[in-house]
Design a protein around this ligand. Structure first.
Ligand code: HAM
Length: 423
């Protein structure tokens, strides 16, 4: 019996993986431009970290975590997201004392959520994200959003919709919380059992419920924007002003609450507007989390960031019919015929590679025609053709594959010659 891949995961094969590499490369390049530095944290963390940061009334913590007990009896969880671990590390490594402030970090790697698999929703998916810690300047909110938009734009996406909201500061959120409780309490019996527990613990989560989405009370629920105090309103206005200054189009949606508990002030999502993208349109989500560092034992420190998944990024590219320009060619393919020539080609191939070229030879004992076909399949720029007779005469033929031009070169000088024409 064959063993199949776990549900909700996928293999990324050559041909497809180059797209991932290209997005990775572009993301790193942008982070360099925006001055974010890479951080790598473990794939698993203590379970409490996520309960305390993502929030124990969220779907992620309640239903979706891959949690296990290790042989030492510790409860560990495969990371469902990246922010909690970055903040854990920020506190543990005392990054608030680093000379360069704010601390601007980025990360890439797999996340794990036990979700119902469907198009765009996996149980293992790869996120790229950034976190800026230590600044409460609304200009950083705009910078973080600009970085995400720029990554999509530079890889060709056009059909994007940026949606922003403000969840306000603690005072505003408390006022909104009261209003939500008053709104839902009289008819809470009509809601799912999760929402019933959310009512007192975290009523905002009700707005994020997948089951009760269509309930009429959802549509008339009090909007957070009506409960923002002066400071929160001013902050939100400033973020909007900066986005306008940067020519980044956006919509304000007071229903945007995000699925994680640590947010306050700015929250945002970037969606794909492309036809045929499918039901799940959110490509990227993020926001401000000013209380999280303190919650995890550090000093009072503001923070903001976002994360996006490669899986949905690639799906959005496909929905917009954008094929990434992935280079798949090699410099030289050695076509060797005859036993001595084949033996010699092992050495020649090594020399080419040592000189910095991408090179390949036949390993299947193909006839000359088959070797040329293989050279074509590799998109070789040149074929170096060697037979036993040429070897004896210290010669090799070099064929330029696109024009068919061929020339004979002294074998001893081959590498130097090849270097000179490839310069
Ligand atoms: P999130 O909204 O849970 O936020 O996830 C961010 C992005 O990850 C989503 O917009 C989506 O593109 C992708 N994503 C989430 N779940 C899946 C899945 N099952 N399959 C494929 N892609 C998925 C966070 O994770 C926050 N940590 C973002 C953040 C960083 N906020 C501040 N800093």
């Amino acid at each position: 019996m064959t063993i199949s891949i776990p549900r909700g995961t996928k293999d990324i094969l050559p041909g497809e993986v180059e797209k991932w590499q290209l997005i990775e490369k572009k993301a790193r390049e942008l982070c360099e431009r925006y001055q974010y530095q890479e951080i790598r944290t473990p794939v698993f963390e203590q379970t409490d970290l996520f309960a305390r940061s993502v929030g124990d009334t969220t779907d992620i913590v309640q239903k979706e975590m891959y949690t296990f007990t290790d042989r030492g009896g510790r409860s560990l969880t495969l990371r469902p997201e990246g922010t909690a671990a970055v903040v854990r590390s920020y506190v543990e490594q005392k990054m608030y004392g680093f000379p360069n402030q704010p601390v601007k970090l980025y990360y890439m790697g797999p996340r794990f959520r036990y979700e119902r698999p469907q198009a765009g929703r996996y149980r293992q998916f790869v996120q790229f994200g950034v976190e800026a810690l230590g600044s409460a300047d609304p200009a950083i909110d705009a910078e973080v959003i600009a970085l995400a938009m720029n990554l999509y734009w530079e890889l060709g996406l056009r059909k994007l919709k940026l949606v922003i909201n403000s969840l306000g500061d603690t005072e505003s959120r408390n006022a909104h919380r009261e209003a939500l409780i008053n709104h839902f309490r009289p008819r809470i019996g009509e809601f799912c059992s999760d929402c019933q527990t959310r009512l007192e613990k975290n009523p905002m989560r009700i707005l994020d419920c997948k089951k009760d989405r269509e309930h009429e009370l959802m549509k008339t629920a009090p909007s957070i924007l009506d409960y923002l105090n002066e400071d929160s309103r001013k902050y939100f206005e400033k973020v909007q002003q900066y986005l306008k200054d940067l020519d980044i189009p956006f919509e304000v949606d007071s229903n945007l609450v995000r699925g994680l508990d640590y947010y306050n002030h700015t929250a945002f999502e970037i969606m794909s507007d492309a036809e045929g993208f499918g039901a799940i349109t959110t490509l990227c989500g993020g926001g401000r989390y000013n209380g999280l560092v303190e919650e995890l034992g550090g000093p009072e420190t503001p923070g903001i960031g976002f994360a996006l998944s490669f899986e949905r990024f690639i799906a959005a590219l496909e929905a917009e019919n954008i094929s990434l320009n992935v280079k798949q060619e090699i410099d030289c393919y050695i076509v060797a015929v005859g036993e001595k020539a084949r033996d010699y080609s092992v050495k020649l191939l090594h020399k080419l590679r040592m000189a910095g070229f991408s090179a390949e030879r036949d390993y299947l004992n193909r006839k000359i025609k088959g070797q040329f076909k293989a050279a074509d399949r590799c998109h070789a720029k040149y074929a170096a053709i060697l037979g036993d007779n040429e070897l004896e005469a210290n010669k090799i033929n070099l064929k330029k594959m696109d024009t068919g031009e061929q020339e004979e070169i002294s074998l001893d000088e081959f590498i130097d010659y090849f270097k000179s024409i490839m310069e």
